[in-house]
Design a protein around this ligand. Structure first.
Ligand code: PLP
Length: 369
């Protein structure tokens, strides 16, 4: 058996008539940017998240960058980010000229820890940028409490958490605004780069609609120093075809996650994902932890099981941030996680039989010693 870490073709096969019709509709309309498909998708996505506004943009990185721009966050300002996560979150802060201030995660959930966030706040802190990592929300009640105590904006990185819930509310509706990515491999993925901001703040939404389009309200009348960051009609039409399937696709991921949890409990020194009572994750990734990570990955590759590491280099040790002065030892949990995490295949078109096969290979590795 072969189990790839990711295969996007079955999603197309399942939705071929809808996706082909979406393509045809856009081609027939002759309208490719900022049109009816985008407007309709924005309304449908906002409703699904439970916010007033969705503003489609080019990708998840720029979604977060545009929110920070709209808030006027820039040089001299600090934004708290997780030490463990994807570098895009940090780059959004860096690209507006502000300083990312990394904070260690909760060792059980791998998400930003509110107590450590509180300790990292300085007079320059303007915002907190939690990631809902691997498809499970951060503890947003605790993070929002810290933010409101200090008058800080909360921007969610909801790139991996479409449909995830925290105390019954959706990711993307848990802070002041959220950056969302529809990169093809995400739980809700387009056929190319795409992203959005979700928010219930009318003034912020209005500003973002202009900032994504060169900062112009009326053509050639520019109010702000904007970006060109638009979600195309074609991608919006594809996303509209896929959005009605998201809940079921997430449910299929959950069933596979339960199977992994049942089969891999107590195997070797594995640490399995921890789900707090208030969280409903959507399993963007199924991430296990072991001190023998590299050997396990080699074993799985040799037996036809694709895996990935999310992520092998913590942003503070990346060459991109070499000039910032961080060094090994600054964020020990992030460094340990980078050495120990491994993502196993999960997705709406992975089968239970494939997960059983993966679990058998993992178990065989640890039994062999
Ligand atoms: C995918 C991702 C992003 C970036 O989204 P793009 O659309 O690729 O720019 C940001 N943060 C996290 C956590 C992600 O997984």
């Amino acid at each position: 058996m072969n189990v790839p870490i990711l295969d996007l073709k079955p999603a197309y096969e399942e939705l071929r008539p809808e996706l082909d019709a979406a393509y045809q509709r856009v081609m027939d309309s002759g309208w490719l940017l900022l049109g009816r498909e985008l407007e309709a998708f924005e309304a449908e996505y906002a409703a699904s998240v439970g916010v007033k506004h969705c503003i489609g943009v080019a990708n998840g990185l720029e979604a977060m960058q545009l929110v920070l721009m709209a808030l006027g966050i820039g040089p001299g300002d600090e934004v708290i980010v997780p030490s463990h996560g994807y570098i895009a979150t940090w780059l959004a802060v860096t690209h507006v000229g502000a300083t990312p201030v990394p904070c260690e995660s909760d060792p059980r959930t791998y998400n930003l820890d509110a107590a450590q966030v509180a300790a990292a706040i300085t007079p320059r802190t303007k915002a907190i940028l939690p990631i809902h990592l691997y498809g499970q929300t951060a503890d947003m009640n605790a993070i929002n409490a810290v933010a409101s105590q200090h008058g800080l904006f909360v921007l969610e990185d909801a790139a991996q958490s479409h449909g995830a819930r925290c105390h019954g509310r959706d990711a993307g509706a848990l802070g002041g605004a959220a950056g969302v990515s529809f990169y093809p491999s995400k739980n809700l993925g387009a056929m190319a780069d795409a992203g959005a901001v979700t928010t219930s703040d009318d003034a912020l939404a209005d500003k973002l609609r202009h900032l994504r389009n060169y900062g112009s309200k009326v053509r050639y009348q520019n109010e702000y120093l904007g970006l060109n960051s638009r979600l195309s009609e074609l991608q919006a039409a594809f996303l509209r075809a896929k959005l009605p399937r998201l809940a079921e696709w997430n449910a299929r991921r959950s069933a596979l996650a339960e199977l992994y949890q049942a089969r891999l409990g107590g195997v070797g020194d594995l640490v399995l994902p921890f789900v707090p009572a208030w969280a409903s994750p959507v399993w963007h990734l199924f991430v296990i932890r072991t001190s023998r990570r590299n050997a396990l990955q080699q074993h799985l590759t040799a037996h036809g099981v694709g895996t990935q590491i999310h992520y092998p280099v913590p942003p503070h040790l990346s060459r991109a941030y070499a000039g910032a002065g961080w060094k090994r030892g600054d964020f020990p949990l992030a460094e340990t996680l980078a050495d120990q995490v491994l993502s196993l295949p999960i997705g709406p078109h992975v089968t239970a039989a494939q997960v059983e096969f993966v679990c058998a290979q993992v178990t065989a590795f640890f039994q062999a010693g």
